[in-house]
Design a protein around this ligand. Structure first.
Ligand code: 5GP
Length: 120
């Protein structure tokens, strides 16, 4: 077992995060250093280190996270956003647990659902 990352600890509720969405497959929480009005990270509950590691039975995970982000945007009335995967240290990936960056200039507080309130 590789060393648990900060995202393992967020998933296990061992460290706090502002969780904005959760289902059986994913957890989504706000980035601690936001680079946009809305900056959310989507992670799978099943660990994969990066897009480059998503082989075989894990190959669906990058696309699955994109689908979840798309649904999140639709549900919150966010019509414009950027999705980004950083892959590997040379690609700017600091946390070795796959995560999809969701960046939008639409603040969550202006979306129909309002701001996230769940704190862990
Ligand atoms: P990367 O550079 O690996 O693609 O992105 C990692 C992201 O995780 C960064 O944008 C960084 O701000 C965010 N991050 C790092 N540590 C924490 C943390 O403890 N909590 C939260 N919510 N985000 C974090």
């Amino acid at each position: 077992m590789t060393k648990p990352t900060i995202f393992h600890k967020i998933l296990a509720r061992e460290i706090p995060a502002t969780i904005v969405y959760e289902d059986d497959e994913v957890l989504a929480f706000t980035d601690i250093h936001p680079r946009a009005e809305t900056h959310i990270l989507f992670i799978p509950k099943q660990f994969v280190e990066s897009v480059a590691h998503a082989h075989d039975h894990l190959a669906h995970i990058p696309g699955m996270l994109i689908q979840k982000a798309k649904q999140y945007a639709e549900q919150h009335g966010i019509t414009g956003y950027k999705l980004q995967y950083n892959v590997g240290p040379d690609g700017g990936q600091e946390v070795p647990y796959i995560h999809l960056h969701f960046l939008s200039d639409t603040p969550l507080g202006n979306s129909p659902e309002g701001i996230p309130s769940e704190q862990h």
